[in-house]
Design a protein around this ligand. Structure first.
Ligand code: ZN
Length: 92
């Protein structure tokens, strides 16, 4: 009887461990392929987050066009109506 209890307990422990491993993999964020194996996983993940923010499609505050892009660090320009405005380095 005691042996059976121990067995069942160890089995549930194994299951919970497996579950936590699966959920851990589920939340792993993907990074860009361009950097390969260089610079370390944390830095690649940070770079991906900022890069995607920078390249995201955003609407021009003046005409609403999606051709609104960063011209230089902190300078954002609309390709359609030439509206230029100062903003952040990676996000307006
Ligand atoms: Zn515009």
């Amino acid at each position: 009887m005691l042996l059976q209890e121990q067995e069942s307990r160890s089995r549930t422990n194994n299951i919970s461990m497996a579950n936590s491993r699966v959920s851990g993999m589920k939340y792993k964020s993907e990074s860009l392929k361009g950097l390969g194996a260089k610079y370390g996983a944390t830095l690649r993940r940070r770079y991906t987050k900022i890069y995607l923010m920078l390249k995201r499609r955003r609407n021009c505050p003046m005409c609403g066009s999606i051709r609104f892009k960063r011209e230089a660090i902190g300078i954002w320009k609309c390709g359609k109506c030439n509206y230029k405005v100062a903003g952040g380095a990676y996000d307006l």
